[in-house]
Design a protein around this ligand. Structure first.
Ligand code: FUB
Length: 464
């Protein structure tokens, strides 16, 4: 979509938005020209702005590379423009790396951009604040140093992910924190100083990171990423979005349910905003082509409140017909090792490499020869593509020698004539394409290399 050029930065001020901002009509993810993460929506007039970090990690790497924050915008939550990077590490002369999650809060005609950023000195992540005269800036460092750092008394174990809220009486509050350590503090009217002590909010069940605070009909809401396996995620390396409510802005909070379940990226970071009378959940996934845990993309879906103020769970939509039917299938297998997990194959994991067990692994050691895994649906599904990411533990499990895709034709399993080879490469998605079949059962058979067993990290089956 848009042709983007680097911005000139002088003394921490972004001087020119040299970006050709071309609107894109997008299903999810809403922008695919770059990877974007940690979205924070803000509605001003008829426009929704989404402040998002840019993921620049090369494919296959296992760490964040984040140096700038972009501003996306839309007047219908459907057609989106990337307005380019409106702040970056250099906006904060005292910082040096890690442009993590941020949020913008307006006040008195100014826009305060609270950011997670690495101070590059003693300690690690800090909360910085920049200020601008419009939602698109230009933004400059408002304080000349961090608002919160590791040396702030009672600060979080990880000082990231600020969310700021101004109450009807003019009092502003900031929540933030990672590593299961939420924190809150009052902000001064100038929006760049704290007032009083940092407090530890109570009642945020299984809080992990990524708070999002707002008020609706007199009730305070705090949505946040949790990573418990008690109905939230299949493995604690993923996260869901839970929410809590309170009658006081500093709590105590009562946990009320899940807004968004596990997504395809391990991190789960979201915000809520209302545009033209419709509420939206803005979040990120690893769903874009080439995406991953460190190559995330922003998505938007409608969100609904019930009459009693509770929030209906959002079911993510994807674009391009690339619906992965595996996540709604029941999996079975000829054999699974007792210490591995069949759940690994369709839990939405995004492996970094074939040794990556962060979202579980399926393996059939000590079996050798031909074994199979299978998906079953209660009614026939139309399928024309699958992809498999093989597990290789560098011990008894290796990528297979051969594989074959089969489907149930009503009375027996028959081989699918593949248009692409059944790939056995490690460290990649081996994509298989074929003419559409309609079936209730899809089976992947794998024949081991001599002396080895086989394993799978993720197997997807795509709706035609
Ligand atoms: O993008 C870096 C970090 O990942 C954010 O600060 C967290 O919320 C998580 O999304």
């Amino acid at each position: 979509m848009s042709v983007r050029r680097w911005l000139a930065v002088t003394c921490g001020v972004i001087t020119a938005a040299a970006v050709s901002a071309v609107p894109v009509h997008a299903a999810n993810p809403i922008i695919t020209s770059i990877y974007t993460a940690d979205p924070a929506p803000l509605v001003v007039g008829d426009t929704m702005y989404v402040y998002a970090g840019r993921d620049e990690a090369p494919a296959g790497t296992g760490n964040f590379v984040m140096r700038e924050w972009h501003v996306l915008s839309s007047t219908d939550a459907n057609t989106w423009t990337d307005n380019g990077a409106k702040a970056n590490i250099s906006t904060f002369p005292w910082a040096g790396a890690d442009a993590w999650a941020s949020e913008v809060e307006p006040r008195n005609g100014k826009y305060y951009w609270y950011t997670s950023v690495n101070g590059n000195g003693a300690g690690w992540m800090n909360i910085g604040v920049a200020v601008g005269n419009s939602p698109l800036g230009p933004f400059t460092d408002a304080k000349g140093g961090p608002l919160i750092s590791d040396s702030t008394p009672n600060s979080s174990g990880l000082n990231i992910d600020p969310t700021v809220f101004v109450d009807d009486d003019g009092q502003a509050y900031m929540y933030w924190g990672g590593y299961w350590a939420p924190r809150a503090v009052k902000l001064a009217a100038n929006m760049i100083d704290t007032v009083g002590s940092v407090v530890t909010p109570q009642g945020l069940t299984n809080y992990w990171e990524a708070p999002w605070m707002f008020k609706r009909n007199g009730l305070y809401y705090l949505m946040y990423a949790a990573n418990d396996t008690n109905g939230c995620v299949t493995s604690s390396s993923f996260a869901c979005q839970r929410y809590a409510t309170a009658t006081n802005p500093l709590g105590p909070w009562t946990e009320r349910g899940i807004v968004l379940g596990q997504v395809s990226s391990t991190t789960n970071h979201a915000g809520i905003a209302e545009l033209n009378g419709q509420n939206y959940l803005v979040y990120h996934t690893a769903d874009a082509p080439g995406g991953g845990n460190f190559r995330r993309s922003v998505a938007v879906d409608k969100l609904y409140f019930n009459a009693d103020g509770t929030i209906q769970r959002v079911i993510p939509t994807t674009g391009g017909g690339a619906v992965n039917l595996a996540t709604s299938a029941t999996a079975s297998t000829s054999y699974v090792s007792s210490w591995e997990s069949l759940a690994a194959i369709n839990n939405g994991g995004v492996p970094v490499n074939s040794q990556d067990r962060s979202s579980l692994a399926y393996g059939n050691w000590p079996q050798q020869g031909t074994q199979w895994i299978e998906y079953q649906w209660p009614a026939a599904r139309n399928i024309n593509k699958s992809s498999v990411y093989w597990f290789d533990d560098n011990q008894g499990i290796d990528v297979p020698a051969t594989c074959q895709l089969q489907y149930w034709n009503g009375s027996q399993y028959v081989n699918i004539a593949l248009q692409s080879i059944c790939g056995v490469a490690g460290n990649v998605d081996n994509v298989l394409t074929f003419n559409t079949i309609s079936t209730t059962r899809l089976r992947l058979t794998m024949t081991s290399r001599s002396g080895y067993s086989t394993g799978v990290l993720e197997w997807k089956a795509f709706q035609a």
